[in-house]
Design a protein around this ligand. Structure first.
Ligand code: HEM
Length: 480
């Protein structure tokens, strides 16, 4: 009653809670989807809950996605939410540490390093990295065994992204200094630093040292490249960024290039790594789909080397990625700070500037209303659904001049609007190549006749498989 009385009558309903500051933090943190669906059943598509003292207003469904993800820049703001977490990790003057207009320019520079030609040049590099990893890791010695999948997929993701997007100098350092720095930096990329940025965690000192050292590594690479006066390699992300110039004529400073490279590394690593783990876990749970993928490869690829074109010519492989992102979106909550009172059309409610807005487009992917039998992982369901990537492509020009991108879709694993993911094409390519090579090399099965896949662990920033997540592997005979 007290909570009802304290709420202003024109604000959305507040989820019932016993403790004032804690509010719904624990129930949301343990399983955000369960919490959101339960609140939706009780309060409808719009409600507010307390997350560590903050008032968070959730707006679900297409209208909610539109309201939040395509909200006006003056009304909703991402950097005020994310920068406490990202700036100490990525570094200053990039991404969420700058006004959005500058970040949009930076996104455009990054886009030039992710053209089809760049992606084309990454294909053999990624394939070689995966094969070399499989051959050298003790986890795959012999003809069969069991393996804890997530750490393996994390390493494969890091090696492939390092060799392609990050360039060969970074890949060379990954076997020595870079890996430790990456881990120290990654330890600072945790929900606790997001929610309680002032808390003096011991790992934050290591994070800060690693950030400085990593920046130094990139700026040294840039200096060496400049001193050798090599021709610009237009396919290379580092070259692109280090030779980019802002609209006002200022060349991008080397530290900013370094910080953007770190941002790309960190933004891409977890989402791609957890997605590849979920793919492999589902294939182990449904080996008949893995067999179908293998036959698809034999039929369409034969013994041809992987290319940018043929990697994308495998319909079932594409559907496996799409279906996995539907059921296991790495990012469950997208948040924005409210900057002005925001009336919600069709209601009498106004979201005040003290609130944070939360969009959860992934809830639609998990709803039977939009995806019949939504809990079932069934890549074949996509055979009868229009390609969401194509629809999206029509709506956006990828020039980031156009900042209002379709938020109406029921499937938005890469977000929408001005903050839409920049790494989608790269992620699809990387995930496809990892899956193609793994399917070519291995047969997977669940251990001990277990059914299905492990539960989801929501305790980190990116939803990931609960560990242990072990599977049985067997090498295919006669494969390369
Ligand atoms: C933003 C998902 C891979 C770079 C986002 C957002 C989502 C997302 C939902 C929007 C966040 C928001 O609106 O607040 C994913 C998924 C991936 C993936 C599911 C893989 C399966 C990557 C990769 C890169 C990357 C590989 C880099 C190469 C970024 C960046 C942003 C972003 C820089 C921030 C964009 C902005 O705020 O304007 N991603 N991502 N992502 N992603 Fe990804």
């Amino acid at each position: 009653l007290q909570q009802r009385l304290l709420r202003k009558s024109n604000e959305p309903p507040v989820v019932f809670h016993w403790l004032p500051v804690i509010g719904s933090t624990v129930t949301y943190g343990i399983d955000p989807f369960k919490f959101i669906f339960e609140c939706q059943a009780q309060y409808g598509d719009i409600f507010t809950f307390i997350l560590l003292g903050r008032k968070v207003t959730v707006y679900l469904g297409s209208k909610g996605n539109q309201f939040i993800l395509n909200g006006k820049l003056k009304d909703v703001n991402a950097e005020e939410i994310y920068s406490v977490l990202t700036t100490p990790v990525f570094g200053k003057d990039v991404i969420y540490d700058v006004p959005n207009a500058k970040f949009m320019e930076q996104k455009k520079f990054i886009k030039f390093g992710l053209t089809s030609d760049s992606l084309r040049s990454y294909v053999p590099l990624m394939e070689n990295e995966i094969r070399s990893f499989i051959n050298r890791t003790p986890h795959f010695k012999g003809s069969s065994g069991t393996v804890q999948l997530p750490p393996i997929m994390a390493q494969i993701t890091l090696f492939t992204a390092s060799r392609s997007l990050q360039g060969k100098e970074v890949r060379e350092k990954l076997d020595t200094t870079f890996a430790d720095l990456y881990h120290d930096l990654d330890d600072g990329f945790q929900p606790i630093n997001f929610m309680l940025p002032w808390f003096p965690l011991p790992q934050n000192r290591r994070r800060d040292v690693a950030q400085r050292k990593m920046t130094q590594i990139y700026t040294d690479i840039i200096k060496t490249r400049r001193s050798k006066q090599k021709e610009k390699d237009s396919e290379d992300m580092l070259w692109n960024l280090m030779t980019s110039v802002y609209k006002d004529g200022t060349p991008v400073p080397d530290t900013e290039t370094a910080h953007m490279m770190i941002g790309l590394l960190m933004a891409g690593q977890h989402s791609s790594s957890v997605t590849s783990s979920w793919i492999m876990l589902h294939l182990a749970a449904q080996p008949e789909i893995m067999e179908e993928l293998y036959q698809e490869q034999l039929h369409i690829l034969g013994d041809n080397a992987l290319t940018y074109e043929n990697v994308q010519s495998l319909p079932l492989a594409m559907h496996v990625i799409r279906e996995t992102l539907r059921l296991h979106p790495p990012i469950h909550s997208i948040m924005r700070k409210v900057k002005n009172p925001l009336p919600i059309a069709g209601t009498s409610w106004v979201v005040p500037p003290s609130h944070v807005l939360l969009a959860a487009p992934a809830t639609m992917g998990k709803s039977d209303e939009y995806f019949p039998n939504a809990e079932k992982w069934d890549p074949h369901r996509w055979e009868t659904i229009a390609d969401p990537k194509d629809e999206e492509k029509e709506k956006m020009d990828y020039g980031y001049g156009l900042v209002s991108t379709g938020a109406d879709s029921t499937y938005l694993p890469f977000g929408a609007g001005r903050h839409r993911c920049i790494g989608e094409q790269f992620a699809y390519l990387q995930l496809s190549i990892v899956m193609i090579v793994m399917v070519r090399e291995f047969k997977l099965k669940n251990v001990d006749g277990k059914k299905g896949v492990v539960a989801t662990d929501y305790s980190s920033l990116f939803s990931r498989p609960m560990e242990p997540a072990r599977v049985k592997w067997e090498k295919r005979t006669g494969c390369s």
